[in-house]
Design a protein. Structure first.
Length: 298
């Protein structure tokens, strides 16, 4: 029996473990590596660590947990979670079970990249989803944005903060209104409805985007929002409420619809940044510790 099991050892999970360790809570962190941003060369927008590689951030995070003897990190996968009376039982891939008073899900998401030739090789190097994370490095360069409808309009408006040399690929009908199309024209942003067939690059740098109609677009970076999914089904096993985007519904403290289960990181917010994930982990841990203190004060 431990106070808290944290499923996931990324920014959210390690941040939560740090708070719980300092609060002297027995905490088990389960993580098998393979973070969502592991493909990226550098993480940006991280206070005091801008430009540090994701792997180095995790190494530092794990190293700084070493003084806290109540925190244990294990390279194990949680495959099942179920309530048992007023506790939770976690089953690991090796068949072992662990019981805890509170469960924090911080396992992250998996991006489901579209089947475009060459895309996986450039993902995180010159094909991105977040301009706040990677826009500075390609500022004022020719960029391609992918999307359609209202979401594409908002995405292009955002990207204009980094470069005016934009092209929109809608992967089919643009789903833009006449007024919106006129906005694109006023800003000199061409729109291509033909699907992207392949992308080309050298040493991780995008050089061209080839459409199914043969059009070749010159660009040094592309921005897109591929669909994603929860990296495990533990939330559905526990019957946690999900949003229409498949994220876990929480309150401002990270508490889910299931009493005793919290969530932190990318799985509970559409704003996916390392520093935000770390903040949600800290917030959830503070609330968890407060609840355990109140439980014990009888």
């Amino acid at each position: 029996m431990v106070d808290v099991v944290i499923v996931g050892g990324g920014a959210a999970g390690l941040s939560a473990a740090l708070v719980l360790g300092r609060a002297r809570r027995t905490t088990l962190v389960l993580d098998t590596g393979g973070p969502r941003n592991g493909y990226s060369r550098m993480a940006h927008g991280v206070f005091t660590r801008d430009g540090t590689s994701p792997q180095e951030l995790l190494r530092i995070g794990r190293e700084q947990l070493r003084p806290y003897e109540t925190v244990t990190l294990r390279s194990e996968t949680a495959v099942q979670a179920r309530p048992v009376e007023d506790r939770f039982e976690i089953t690991l891939a090796n068949g072992e079970t662990v019981r805890c008073r509170r469960l924090l899900l911080a396992h992250g998401l998996v991006d489901e990249l579209p089947d475009i030739e060459g895309l996986s090789d450039l993902w995180g190097k010159s094909i991105f989803h977040c301009p706040y994370c990677d826009g500075w490095e390609v500022r004022d360069e020719p960029l391609v944005a992918c999307g359609s409808g209202e979401a594409a309009l908002e995405y292009v408006q955002l990207l204009l903060g980094w470069s005016k040399r934009l092209t929109l690929c809608t992967e089919g009908p643009s789903e833009l209104t006449e007024a919106q199309l006129a906005q694109f024209e006023r800003h000199g942003i061409p729109i291509h409805e033909a699907p992207v067939n392949r992308v080309e690059g050298t040493n991780g740098r995008l050089t061209g985007v080839i459409l199914s109609d043969g059009t070749e677009l010159q660009a040094t970076a592309m921005f897109m929002h591929p669909p994603y999914r929860l990296s495990t089904d533990l939330a559905t096993q526990l019957d946690c409420e999900l949003t229409d985007k498949g994220l876990i519904v929480t309150d401002e403290w990270g508490r889910t619809s299931v009493t005793g289960v919290s969530a932190a990181g990318d799985i509970m917010t559409p704003n996916h940044q390392v520093i935000r994930a770390a903040a949600t982990g800290s917030t959830a841990a503070i609330r968890i510790n407060s609840e355990l203190l109140a439980e014990d004060f009888v």
